[in-house]
Design a protein around this ligand. Structure first.
Ligand SMILES: Cc1cc2nc3c(=O)[nH]c(=O)nc-3n(C[C@H](O)[C@H](O)[C@H](O)COP(=O)(O)OP(=O)(O)OC[C@H]3O[C@@H](n4cnc5c(N)ncnc54)[C@H](O)[C@@H]3O)c2cc1C
Length: 440
């Protein structure tokens, strides 16, 4: 143990994973969450996205297994499905399906509330963690100079309670994309981080259905990528209790109607019919719900010259990507490993070291999500010539990957954050792409 007490603000996936990393280095870790923790498997107000399709990428599952040994097996026992993301999924892109083959890229399909509840329960079994729920963090406490964060001001949200202070050696903000850290920094006389935004104006519409064995020929899901000329897309993923979760989406104001018929017609208008074929006759188990996602955003904390000691920002509070790429939870998991690495080298200059590592982690999913979104003509911003080339190349690769399993696996390794995008332009892959497009 290198030091005494760490506070984590927020107990969603980012907060739980940051707290897990801290437990190896702090005598006591306290997680403060605004919501009351729900019954396992139920949704809660502070995570509205939890009602929409969440898939855990192969890299995320691998890291969670490392942080919580037995993760996959224990969740499988509760109905989660460990899934070969190529062999058990229909992946449609650029007018065709990726070649379906065993890939060893095993993600996890489970509802977001069950996943979060399982991690919370496992975390809270550790002897040096406690969680204060129903607890709203109002601001930071610092030394007078104010070079050091020394705790937080918070209020228990029961009637009649007054503001309290909790002291700590380290405070980590994991309050998501609406984090108030930029505002808090400014009030303390620090610069705010540069904020990059790429507007996508995506609206997800989601509904649950009962899953039958004959659906999708027994497979566990489908991903229909938006691609030229049809920028609508969607996913259908198997979940516990023989449920499907279906989320479909359009970009830049092309929103799904919120009535039964309109939803079905929108699903039919997507470039492949896998989702429509299931839901046209399946038994709906929920109402239609939507989620508006305005922009992918990234805060460049790694560029700040001054930052208070004893303070960090983590997860979606640093970067939040268009969810169609399914990356956020995996990025938080990989950041937890980076935090452990940084703490392994002590607490001196922790913030600049962690932000540098987090920025490297974010670079790849950011380039995948934002680069991919630049294919859509209405998405504002100027893609670099390299992004334009990669988008053209990705299209050619996906065409060749319809018949070439090696290319399909190489592509999904990148999507699952198991390999860098540069792996796709290595000569042996580029040659297969070329040959695959000559002999189509
Ligand atoms: C529609 C949608 C679908 C998605 N699908 C996927 C997917 O398929 N795969 C994937 O990996 N990721 C997905 N994501 C992203 C994923 O949900 C997030 O990356 C993940 O939840 C990590 O976020 P976080 O914990 O950093 O922040 P959040 O999940 O936003 O959590 C913030 C937490 O902080 C709490 N909080 C806020 N303010 C305070 C305060 N003042 N005091 C105390 N507590 C506070 C909130 O109650 C909440 O619990 C999706 C996102 C969306 C929007």
């Amino acid at each position: 143990m290198i030091t005494q007490h760490a506070i984590v603000i927020g107990a969603s996936m980012g907060g739980l994973l940051a707290a897990r990393a801290l437990t190896d280095y702090y005598q006591q870790v306290t997680v403060l969450e605004r919501d009351v923790f729900p019954v396992p498997g139920e949704n809660r107000k502070g995570v509205p996205q939890g009602r929409h399709a969440h898939g855990l990428l192969a890299r995320g599952r691998e890291v969670l297994e490392q942080l919580f040994p037995g993760f996959t097996q224990e969740l499988e026992a509760q109905g989660a499905l460990a899934t070969d993301i190529l062999q058990q999924l229909h992946w449609f892109a650029n007018g065709g399906y990726l070649s379906k083959t065993k890939s060893e890229l095993n993600g996890l399909f489970v509802s977001r509330p069950l996943l979060e509840a399982w991690i919370r329960q496992r975390l809270l079994l550790l002897p040096n963690v406690q969680a204060l729920e129903n607890c709203d963090v109002l601001g930071l406490v610092t030394t007078a100079d104010p070079v050091q964060v020394t705790g937080v001001r918070f209020i228990q949200r029961n009637e009649g309670n007054t503001e309290e202070i909790l002291k700590a050696d380290l405070v980590v903000d994991t309050t998501g994309r609406n984090s108030r850290t930029p505002m808090w920094l400014e009030a303390l006389g620090y610069e705010k981080p540069l904020e990059e935004k790429v507007k996508v104006n995506v609206c997800y519409t989601t509904r649950m259905y009962r899953r039958q064995p004959e659906h999708l020929q027994g497979d566990l899901g489908a991903v229909i990528e938006p691609s030229q000329p049809n920028w609508r897309g969607g996913v259908i993923l198997a979940q516990e209790n023989s449920h499907w979760i279906v989320s479909i989406a359009g970009y830049m104001g092309d929103h799904t109607p919120m009535d039964e018929q309109g939803f079905l017609e929108f699903a039919k208008s997507i470039s492949a019919q896998d989702i429509y074929e299931v839901i046209k006759n399946a038994e709906p188990l929920s109402e239609l719900l939507n989620y508006q996602f305005s922009s992918s955003q990234r805060r460049h904390y790694e560029q700040l010259k001054r930052f208070p000691e004893g303070y960090l920002v983590f997860g979606d509070a640093i970067s939040s990507f268009n969810p169609i790429y399914g990356q956020g939870m995996t990025v938080a998991a990989v950041e937890a490993l980076a935090l452990q690495d940084c703490l392994g080298q002590g607490v001196d200059h922790l913030a600049p070291r962690f932000f540098k590592a987090a920025s490297k982690i974010v670079d790849i999913p950011w380039s995948i999500a934002v680069g991919g979104d630049f294919r859509i003509p209405q998405v504002e911003g100027k893609p670099t010539p390299m992004v334009r080339f990669l988008n053209w190349y990705r299209c050619k690769l996906q065409i060749a990957a319809r018949r070439d399993p090696v290319l399909a696996i190489a592509f999904l390794k990148v999507v699952n954050l198991m390999a860098a995008p540069s792996s796709l332009i290595q000569p042996q892959i580029a040659l297969r792409v070329l040959l695959g497009n000559i002999f189509t």
